[in-house]
Design a protein around this ligand. Structure first.
Ligand SMILES: *Cc1c(COP(=O)(O)O)cnc(C)c1O
Length: 447
């Protein structure tokens, strides 16, 4: 324990002395200080930043692997297929790396299926999700030979049957059921409540299955649910699985026999140190005994890639107003939108550790012309100065994949460290990339 002076404002004479464990931050695996320099898999982040323009995303292959293996290790007694949820991070190298480890993919658009196939993922390991599949997407997925569709509604079932018939293929399906469970998470990522737009209410599912079993080009093979994201309690999966197993039994009684049970993704990660999140082992302990001989599919996204990535950003300016101390960084809400849309917390640390024991309360904001453009608010940090590198932790999931060109900012580069060596896995966009699909009609030029 150490005394740390905390002050709200530079002009503030009232300095707070708080008992505080200095630099207690648990650096996640893959990211560690070596001689006070933060490293990613033993590669110095400052060194990488001297070659790669900030901001950029940085991923640890080692952490990715550990996180993937935490699932396969936990479920050794069960026939498990991990279908990594591509939407969390769909960079080709991330997909390829996970594919090399044996992972399948959960895709929910034409583009994600395209990426998964480009990354070399075998179609027999791909599940196609989504509540708004178009016939074009269905045809593409059928022709690619995906493992199964997670069907979201009865009307989707009818369209899929038509598209499958036109392609002379039988579509393998799981019905996405909505178990009406409150996942106790952010309302934007709570998908298993009765009012959610996703899935068929579980009490109506039997009838939809019965209908499905009569459709010529549909083969009923599984059941799917995904109750939400950033879940902190494995009991939620147990509650879901109990409801699912009761339905599976009812289906069995009407001669509908399933191959697999897909429980979706959703295990949360501790963005804040005070949060505790379940490990795949906890999930396995609670659900493995109930799975019987069914094949189990899980679709984790965040828990695999989230802690494996950080956003590296540089301090442009320090600005003190009479209300706040601002750190203006070169990463904005277009690069990482989670704080702006979910009020999400991301821990921010310095790439270089200081022995300074004074902490100042800062707001860390981006360069975009929106008041909602912030990375962190009211954060105590050791003094930061212009030019410093800051590391925004746990940014591997829903970071780059949710980024945009807002304010005509080119999307940033992505770098992955493997065996201590850094590789650019996506080059930073240039302005030409942003305008290459635009054109000015001649009529506008006639002046
Ligand atoms: C988003 C999503 C996932 C992944 O969720 P995580 O919280 O990232 O694990 C899995 N399955 C479906 C259907 C999803 O929509």
């Amino acid at each position: 324990m150490q005394n740390v002076k905390r002050r709200l404002l530079n002009s503030d004479f009232c300095i707070l002395n708080v008992e505080y464990l200095h630099h207690k931050e648990k650096i996640m695996p893959g990211f560690e200080y070596v001689d006070d320099e933060l490293c990613c898999d033993s590669a110095s982040i400052s060194k990488i930043a001297s070659k790669v323009k900030t901001p950029f995303y940085l991923y640890s292959h080692d952490t990715l692997k550990k996180n993937y293996q935490s699932y396969t290790d936990a479920f050794q007694t069960v026939d498990l297929l991990v279908c990594y949820a591509c939407k969390a991070n769909s960079n080709l190298s991330i997909l390829r790396a996970l594919g090399n480890m044996g992972s399948g993919m959960d895709v929910l658009s034409y583009g994600e299926l395209f990426r998964a196939l480009k990354a070399g993922i075998s179609p027999e390991k791909i599940v196609f999700n989504g509540n708004g599949k178009t016939s074009e997407e269905m045809a593409y997925a059928l022709q690619s030979g995906v493992f199964a569709f997670n069907v979201d509604s009865q009307n989707e079932l009818f369209l899929l049957n038509e598209v499958a018939k036109a392609n002379n293929i039988v579509a393998r399906i799981a019905l996405r059921v909505n178990p009406d469970i409150n996942p106790l998470t952010h309302p934007y990522v709570a998908t298993g409540l009765a009012k959610s737009k996703f899935g068929v209410p579980i009490h109506e599912a039997k009838e939809v299955y019965r209908t499905a079993s009569t459709l010529e080009n549909i083969s009923v093979v599984g059941i799917h649910s995904h109750i939400g994201s950033q879940l902190s309690k494995v009991e939620l999966y147990l509650e879901t699985l109990k409801k699912i197993m009761a339905l599976v039994k009812e289906l069995h009684d009407i001669h509908i026999h399933l191959e697999f049970i897909n429980l979706g993704g959703g295990i949360g990660i501790p963005y804040q140190e005070s949060e505790s999140m379940p490990h795949p082992k906890d999930l396995s302990t609670i659900i493995s005994p109930l799975i019987n001989d069914y094949r189990l599919i899980l679709e984790p996204g965040r828990s695999i890639v989230g802690p494996a990535g950080v956003l590296v950003t540089r301090v442009l300016y320090i600005k003190h107003t009479h209300k706040k101390n601002f750190i203006v960084v070169d990463a904005g809400m277009n690069d990482l939108i989670r704080p702006s849309i979910y009020g999400a917390y991301h821990h921010v640390i310095s790439a270089t550790r200081h022995s300074n024991t004074e902490e100042i309360m800062y707001d860390i904001v981006g360069p975009i012309c929106e008041e909602g453009d912030f990375i962190a608010r009211e954060r105590y940090m050791p003094r930061v100065k212009q030019g410093d590198l800051l590391i925004i932790k746990d940014a591997g999931a829903y970071g780059f994949s949710m980024s945009s060109n807002y304010n005509s900012r080119p999307r940033v580069s992505e770098v992955m460290v493997m065996d201590g060596k850094d590789y650019i896995i996506r080059e930073r966009e240039v302005c030409e990339d942003m305008i290459c699909k635009e054109s000015i009609p001649d009529i506008l030029k006639e002046i």
